[in-house]
Design a protein around this ligand. Structure first.
Ligand code: GLU
Ligand code: ZN
Length: 305
């Protein structure tokens, strides 16, 4: 009998810019528990697409930490550096749809041309005004331009399982964005969409720092004729002193000896209510409790520690 593909396929997609820290452990845990609770598969994808930011040894160190902390992933790890052909193909599709153009603006000239717009959650950023949108690829060498995609004047909306209804007009709120940089590297927005589709990811659970990227990803999914995954963004944890969670274990990382106390803290950050005794238990008992009691909906409210 043919093995049926489970309907739930989740993933954890760290960028190997450093070791696994507490913030990324929370993201791994939320996506893992939600996948397992739904009898789904959980994949790990190494998002090493931005080769200039990769730190030597970080990918292996992240995987060692995950393993030591008891995570079990399905299938082989997918490395984005091995996926260039797929990104080139996606770009060719977008090119054939006349959706992309070469942008030869320098950083300095962009500052002068771009207008300030509301980009995310009340924050302001520069909106590229489409200055190069009539330029032709044939007039330039590939290292003379970044590739931008024309954003439609249209609202992209989705219902986030934790944060509710979200909407963004890509043209007025964000502007045409880069999908391949001038240095030849593909942008995260394109890579993540191509790979989520390739890996048949049905559910994405990740931190709210990526909420603002979601409408760009919906737009790319539609352009490339991919199906749209279901999204849940958990609120980020902010410390009383304003530090992000990643700072605590930032440079050194969480290491590769399972620390049950740390796992329990992550569960608590995700709104779960583990009993005090859980810190004394074994790694297997920790995961058993976590799986039996996991409720994603409890992760809704941001916590301050
Ligand atoms: N690689 C991204 C990061 O580490 C996560 C991408 C995602 O979950 O969509 O921030
Ligand atoms: Zn330009």
């Amino acid at each position: 009998m043919q093995k049926q593909t489970p309907t739930y396929r989740g993933r954890f997609a760290p960028s190997p810019t450093g070791p696994l820290h507490k913030g990324s452990l929370v993201a791994a845990m939320a996506s893992y528990l939600e996948a397992k609770k739904n009898n789904g598969q959980w994949l790990v994808r190494m998002e090493d697409v931005d080769e200039l930011r990769n730190v030597k040894g970080a990918a292996d160190s992240i995987l060692r930490s995950l393993e030591a902390f008891g995570f079990e992933w399905d299938e082989n790890i997918l490395y984005q550096t091995a996926r260039k052909d797929a990104y080139i193909e996606a770009l060719a599709t977008l090119k054939s749809q006349h959706q992309v153009y070469p942008c030869t603006c320098s950083r300095k000239s962009l500052k002068e041309k771009a207008r300030l717009g509301k980009i995310r959650n009340g924050q302001f950023g520069l909106i590229y005004p489409g200055y190069c949108k009539n330029k032709h690829f044939s007039n330039f060498k590939p290292d003379e331009y970044a590739i931008r995609i024309k954003t439609p004047d249209k609202n992209y909306s989705f219902n986030d399982e934790l944060l509710g209804h979200n909407t963004q007009n890509l043209k007025t709120d964000l502007g045409d964005f880069i999908i391949r940089r001038r240095d030849g590297l593909f942008a995260y927005q394109l890579a993540v969409v191509v790979d989520d589709a390739y890996q048949n990811i049905s559910h994405i659970v990740r931190g709210a720092d990526l909420l603002d990227s979601t409408s760009r990803q919906l737009f790319l999914q539609q352009s490339l004729n991919y199906s749209q995954p279901h999204y849940a963004h958990f609120p980020l944890i902010v410390h009383k002193n304003g530090d992000k969670l990643s700072k605590q274990t930032g440079a050194t990382g969480i290491g590769d000896i399972a620390d049950i106390q740390l796992l329990v803290e992550c569960l608590e950050f995700l709104g779960q209510k583990p009993p005090a005794e859980l810190v004394q238990e074994s790694l297997a008992d920790f995961w058993q409790w976590a799986l039996e009691n996991w409720q994603l909906s409890l992760s809704k409210t941001p916590r301050v520690s």
